[in-house]
Design a protein around this ligand. Structure first.
Ligand code: RUB
Length: 273
């Protein structure tokens, strides 16, 4: 296939969330850039998903670092994260996660493959159902998974009904900011419910998701929520893709720098990025 055609296909897949999650978006965008390495490519790729500092950081780094070196970072950071998550998880844990995060899934699969036994509860994540991807991936790795509808979040966390009580929450992040993080919509509510239910919440993320600037929350097309909404219905639909979670709800953040309080993480990341 011609380079331009591949570039355009990757752009389309990022825009339509066929390629999803901060890490996958940044990695694929870097590959697209390697095919057509111009300033215009950078502008176009950055415009595809507005809530993705990793995408911006990776493309910005092409100005000072080799593509090979940047590509290597994705796996080297993940390997470090895996080890820290392994140390965090105990046999018998009920871990809760939301949406689909490669940083989280890879670390859980690593932990399982290293011999720890735990269960995962997750949420389906409407309207695009990224929770199904998480459930499938974890199940393939022989991790026991129970998936809940989004509105059952509290019920699932608190061990109501036939459920066990969750004892650790692990979520990914799109943006790591001074005052907290941005992750899939529902993460704000999850933080508050974690506090009420006294469950520790950990963010698992590559440090390259850090941004010192403000990050816009992406609002997606209403058709994702209601495909055949009648034209004259006059119903307004809001479809924010992400949500801010204040740092006070995060017990610790796990990055390639270690398992740290959010404050300590910020001190390190400001020097590194
Ligand atoms: C995905 C999402 C993920 C983060 C982190 O949202 O919110 O939790 O991107 O993912 P979307 P990763 O599906 O809208 O892209 O760990 O893969 O970087």
């Amino acid at each position: 296939m011609k380079k331009r055609k591949v570039f355009n296909q990757i752009s389309k897949d990022i825009k339509t969330i066929k390629i999803q999650g901060a890490r996958n978006i940044a990695k694929k965008a870097l590959y697209a850039y390697s095919l057509i390495p111009t300033e215009d490519s950078i502008k176009k790729l950055i415009s595809l998903r507005p809530t993705e500092p990793m995408l911006v950081n990776v493309l910005r780094k092409t100005k000072t670092e080799s593509l090979d070196k940047i590509f290597l970072h994705f796996d080297s950071a993940q390997e470090e994260i895996n080890k820290f998550v392994y140390n965090l998880i105990d046999n018998g844990d009920i871990i809760y996660t939301h949406c689909h995060s490669t940083n989280v899934s890879n670390a859980l699969i690593y932990t399982k493959n290293k011999g720890k036994h735990f269960e995962v509860y997750n949420t389906e994540t409407r309207p695009l159902f990224q929770g199904r991807k998480t459930a499938r991936e974890l199940k393939e790795a022989e991790i026991k998974v129970t998936m809940f509808v989004d509105s059952a979040m509290d019920l699932a966390l608190a061990g109501k009904g036939n459920n066990k009580k969750v004892n650790k929450i692990l979520i990914g992040a799109d943006a790591l900011l001074k005052k907290g993080i941005i992750n899939k919509v529902g993460s704000g509510m999850l933080g508050k419910l974690a506090k009420i239910n006294k469950i520790p919440l950990y963010v698992v993320a590559d440090s390259w998701k850090y941004s010192s600037k403000e990050v816009k929350i992406e609002e997606r097309d209403f058709h994702e929520v209601w495909k055949s909404l009648p034209k004259d219905s006059q119903i307004k639909i809001r479809n924010p893709a992400f949500e801010f979670l204040k740092k006070k709800y995060i017990l610790e953040i796990i990055t390639e720098f270690g398992t740290l309080s959010y404050r300590k993480f910020l001190r390190i990341v400001k020097k590194e990025i």
